[in-house]
Design a protein around this ligand. Structure first.
Ligand SMILES: *Cc1c(COP(=O)(O)O)cnc(C)c1O
Length: 380
């Protein structure tokens, strides 16, 4: 039934038996930098590549400060901690996201609170957020409290799904009105902007991932961005075991974490970020081809970047008419060695998050039955 679609996808990635969803590309100075890091003996959490990578992230995103971490999840955990999320707080996020978003909230011993997404952006819906806050919260002593539970709402964490920016300006305005710190899970959206401003830079802190399946990778890695020097310094301190700076004494002044990106990984990251612009170009061209092709397929919708935004098209997304067709497409494509994947199971349906508070999640439920991610690697 989907033969035409599958042969079109095959034609985009010629001479391949198995077509993966997303594979890394090492086309630049990766080997040179990694071998330089080895020769320098600085392979662990101190070294010039880590600092250089942080500078490059600042230049690329326009953020004032960056703190590199071992992975995106650790970056999220740290961002939540420095934003002041504590034991028994509540943190708003979307149910349609990778599990790490909610896990990082749990690491702070806080409670995720799930609010619906928009169908077009697949990210947190400002309308649903505003409705929820208006009917279920009140401002008391400068902080936003949930009237049902009496708990503080300590942060809001929207996510830019598959690299498509959510309505982040509206979300930022709502968070300001209710005095809720905004932390963007921009793990998937390095290179995506909304009205010319980089995702991850709209709130107090933003977080990117450099895992093996992301748009650029350093094996495992993450980075926090912020314009607030105090938050940046605290993040750096927490991710380096909270060791006080001293030429030789070993003293720590709070419970810290061994979360700093090793220099060996940072060497890879520096080489990768040098190619990020060309990767984005390449991926946007692939998205254009998909878009044109799927216009000829009346029963499949190709997801385009929301108006006013520029997406990195990390993972291309199509919507099938219903979950039966979705399942059939998944089966046929994977059998034909064209790797495709449904969206994540909604987080509120996972055993550890099934008792969390939530708004009505109609759009998330509608999307999760229809979304399929299709092959999206940078084409050679
Ligand atoms: C990849 C990802 C993360 C976590 O990043 P890791 O580097 O794998 O720890 C967090 N949130 C989202 C939405 C992601 O896609």
């Amino acid at each position: 039934m989907y033969d035409e679609v599958l042969s079109y996808i095959r034609s985009l990635f010629p001479n391949r038996d198995f077509i993966p969803l997303h594979e890394p590309r090492f086309l630049g100075r990766e080997k040179e930098y990694v071998s330089h890091a080895i020769d320098s003996t600085f392979v662990s959490s101190v070294g010039e590549y880590v600092n250089h990578f942080e500078e490059m992230i600042c230049t690329f995103t326009g953020a004032k400060h960056a703190v590199a971490t071992v992975n995106g999840t650790a970056a999220l955990h740290t961002a939540l901690m420095v934003a002041g999320v504590r034991d028994d707080d509540e943190v708003i996020t979307q149910p349609l996201t990778f599990v790490a978003t909610a896990n990082a909230i749990s690491y702070c011993r806080a409670h995720p609170l799930f609010i619906d997404v928009d169908r077009d952006t697949m990210g947190l819906s400002p309308a649903s957020l505003s409705n929820f806050l208006q009917s279920h919260t009140e401002l008391s002593e400068g902080c936003c409290r949930n009237k049902n539970t009496g708990r503080r709402i300590a942060a809001c964490v929207p996510m830019h799904s598959f690299g498509h920016p959510c309505r982040i300006e509206e979300i930022s305005t709502i968070c300001k009105t209710h005095n809720i710190p905004l932390i963007e899970d921009a793990a998937e959206s390095l290179g995506s902007t909304s009205h010319g401003k980089h995702t991850g830079t709209f709130g107090r802190l933003g977080v990117f991932s450099l895992n093996g399946n992301k748009i650029i990778t350093c094996g495992g890695g993450g980075v926090i961005v912020t314009d607030d020097l105090t938050l940046a310094e605290h993040a750096k301190h927490l991710t380096t075991t909270a060791k006080k700076s001293h030429p030789y004494l070993y003293e720590h002044d709070e419970v810290g974490y061994n979360y700093r990106m090793p220099n060996l990984n940072a060497a890879l990251a520096c080489a990768q970020i040098e190619n990020l612009d060309s990767f984005i170009c390449n991926k946007r061209e692939l998205a254009q081809r998909y878009n044109k092709f799927f216009k000829t397929q009346p029963s499949i919708d190709f997801t385009q970047e929301p108006p006013g935004t520029r997406a990195n098209y990390w993972l291309n997304t199509i919507l099938l008419p219903d979950h039966k067709k979705r399942d059939l497409f998944l089966k046929q494509s994977n059998q034909a060695k064209v790797m495709t994947r449904p969206a994540w199971t909604l987080l509120n349906e996972l055993p550890m998050y099934s008792k969390c508070q939530k708004g009505s999640l109609d759009n998330a439920k509608w999307l999760v039955e229809r979304i399929v991610n299709i092959p999206s690697s940078v084409r050679l």
